[in-house]
Design a protein around this ligand. Sequence first.
Ligand code: PEP
Length: 252
Amino acid sequence: MTTRARPLIAGNWKMNGLTGSLAELDAIIAGSSAVADRADLLICPPATLVAAFAARAKGTAVMIGGQDCHPEPCGAHTGDIAAEMLKDAGASFVIVGHSERRADHHETDELVRQKTLAAWRAGLVAIVCVGETGAERDAGQTLDVVGRQIERSVPDGARTESLVVAYEPVWAIGTGVTPTTSDVEQIHAFICLKLSKKMKNSGESSKILYGGSVKPSNCNELLCISHVNGALVGGASLKSSDFLAIAAAAPK
Ligand code: PEP
């Protein structure tokens, strides 16, 4: 019998949150012990809040991450943030290759691969996002697109403990629409197989999160699908009660 990897419920706050949002983090921390037997919890606030959130979450069950990093450790890159800076601020994870960055900032798979290496260099766990657009899905290209993204964005020799992959169909992000259970199962199994060839200990796979319109009303069904090891949650992570309800639905 294979044991299920402990789920990770990760919140991506995107460009939302001011110092007043510490109260929402406090509520998540307060509720975290009730879900500690279910899942690991991670909040990725905007860069301006990483240090304050990490200080507040220190010694609790809630981990803090960044939403992006530059491939270089320092230098003339105005407005960018290095993985080392996130680590220094108290982060332990960083999201790379989110579809909003791939679209808004024209990030390529090769750049995402370099960002993943930067995360590892700094001692962070990289959450590498992949997923097809609606047009690609309609053209029947989902597995081709996701397979190519995994192949090119995930460096060879990855270790299970420093890599998480998030499958986020672009058309499901922020739309309230989710893929069918069987589609998620098929795509996660495909990602698992692809990843197992890339890992340092080949045959193993990192955690694979599902992301895209996860909310309390649909999370149990999504989190119980095989090869789904947690969720990357956007909108619903901004409200502590919703985020905790999602964690509470993770299968034991
Ligand atoms: C995301 O953008 O990572 C995401 C999953 O967003 P939402 O949950 O709002 O669809």
